[in-house]
Design a protein around this ligand. Structure first.
Ligand code: SF4
Ligand code: SF4
Ligand code: SF4
Length: 292
């Protein structure tokens, strides 16, 4: 089976959904939607639907998947990270998230007036560290000047990129703020060309509340996830090779629910598994999709 360059219907469908969400986010950013809503959507969705947001909706994920499409079109092979490093990066992200929460908590505890509390709710200074979590939703073009700056402007259209606003904001007085932002764009796009979903290995927004299911009471969460029928598996290894974030549990698990917070639910493994009904997508223990 030529699994390397084969593109299934589900991958095409997923790409269309990613594009539609990109335009929705662009529209929401033009009408100035409250960013707290977006934060609640991302984290609420992750709690109940696992990392569906990462696989199907995230704009930064769309940029990286587009780079991957280009690489495939050019028939250039990708690199896989060593498994130990891949897992280590996944764990490091939790420390980054912990530090962001700690920072915001410290700022919150040092705030006393209602005015500052409203700043917390509206994600205004000094509570800006929260905005790190929303950076992957940054659309690359904007019809107005972003508050923290942009890479460049052409006829009133501003071009930016995830985290560029943060870099420019925190280093605004430094001469190297813009060069650093450009380097960040170059490195992440360049690396995504060879390492699939490169930034997803570092991204703090992609942390999964699936970890909460280690607590007995919450074991049912997230409701959406993959399942494997071990009796049908021939151990061909295709599932772990096609996985863009190098999840190995899908291959290693003998049977039942695949509970890993690394999985972005892109369903690439499900559509490429050559064994019928071996892998499936389940919602609250009911199969909602497995390939024909
Ligand atoms: S890990 Fe981050 S960049 Fe990757 S898809 Fe999830 S939110 Fe987007
Ligand atoms: S789950 Fe499917 S793709 Fe993965 S090893 Fe088993 S048969 Fe192969
Ligand atoms: S395990 Fe399957 S669904 Fe999860 S990220 Fe990898 S390929 Fe996508």
């Amino acid at each position: 089976m030529n699994w390397k360059n084969k593109r299934g219907k589900i991958s095409t469908f997923r790409y269309i959904i990613q594009l539609l969400f990109f335009f929705l986010i662009f529209y929401l950013s033009t009408i100035g939607v409250w960013k707290g809503v977006l934060l609640l959507i991302v984290f609420g969705m992750t709690l109940f639907l696992g990392r569906f947001f990462c696989g199907w909706l995230c704009p930064f994920g769309l940029y990286m998947d587009t780079i991957t499409l280009l690489r495939k079109h050019l028939k250039i092979p990708y690199w896989s990270l060593p498994q130990k490093i891949n897992h280590l990066l996944h764990i490091i992200r939790y420390s980054v998230v912990f530090m962001i929460f700690l920072l915001v908590l410290l700022i919150f505890l040092s705030s006393v007036s209602f005015f500052e509390l409203s700043n917390f709710i509206w994600l205004r200074p000094p509570f800006l560290p929260y905005l790190f979590f929303l950076e992957p939703l940054q659309t690359i073009v904007l019809p107005w000047k972003p508050p923290f700056g942009a890479l460049f402007e052409i006829s009133g259209i501003y071009f930016t990129y995830p985290y560029v606003g943060e870099i420019l904001m925190y280093l605004q007085k430094s001469w190297f703020a813009l060069p650093l932002a450009v380097i960040f764009v170059g490195v992440t796009l360049g690396a995504s060309f060879k390492v699939r979903r490169f930034w997803c290995r570092f991204c703090p927004t992609g942390i999964s509340f699936a970890a909460i299911n280690r607590v007995k009471r919450f074991r049912v969460l997230p409701f959406l996830g993959l399942s494997k029928d071990g009796e049908k598996c021939t151990k061909c290894g295709i599932c772990k090779r096609v996985c863009p974030v190098q999840v190995t549990e899908i291959y290693e698990k003998k049977t039942g629910k695949i509970a890993t917070s690394m999985c972005v639910l892109c369903l690439r493994c499900v559509e490429m598994c050559p064994q019928r009904n071996c892998l499936s997508l389940k919602l609250a223990n009911r199969v909602i999709w497995n390939p024909e």
